[in-house]
Design a protein around this ligand. Sequence first.
Ligand SMILES: O=C(O)c1ccccc1N[C@@H]1O[C@H](COP(=O)(O)O)[C@@H](O)[C@H]1O
Length: 217
Amino acid sequence: MQKPLLKLCGNRSYEDFLLTSQSPADYLGFIFAKGKRQVQPQEVKEWIGRHIPFSQKIVGVFVNPTNEEIAEVLNAVPLDVIQLHGNESIERVEELTAAFDSCFWKALHHQADTVSKMSAYAPFVDGYIIDTLIKGEWGGTGETFDWMSVPSYKKMAQKLNKICFIAGGIDADNVSNLLDLHPAGVDLSSGIEQNEKKDSAKLQLLIERMNKHVSIS
Ligand SMILES: O=C(O)c1ccccc1N[C@@H]1O[C@H](COP(=O)(O)O)[C@@H](O)[C@H]1O
């Protein structure tokens, strides 16, 4: 089985970054939107500049950002990917992709029309994050959605030649069930946290279970 890409998101301290950057993750995410995991561009600049070698790509997560907000982050942090996790319209995403020469991922919340939205955003984005829809929240909820839909998300992303991550409530206990559906990417934040910090035991268990699943399937 092809190993799924792994994104560890919501790093909110140097200690979080140290832990996740020494893991086999492919992407590390930082939340620049308001909320409990929000980080400031200057602190992320300082953490990633501390000469600890790391191989992961850096993802900046935004919710309905202004151009100025993105520019401020890009001035400090060399983002590899801009993740739009709000309800940015197709027109707004088009504007942002014209303004910034970056890779863009659109987060779409799981609902009846999500597959058709993937198609509608396709001309302007490089990939998708499919996350759980929770009223009053944008993301980082720790809640799963009905994974019966994962194959249809995967199929549409393949048709569009885009990367597609599954997010929302993934942890060491349920990751094997998700991997049975062969997602291209897995994105998680809450599932490796304890007391609002990334937790080394939870992360290690997640990696062990992911590795075990890949080697037996
Ligand atoms: O993590 C947050 O606080 C957050 C805030 C605003 C938008 C997105 C956010 N996180 C995204 O949510 C999923 C992971 O969620 P979970 O905690 O594993 O359920 C991931 O895409 C994060 O980028």
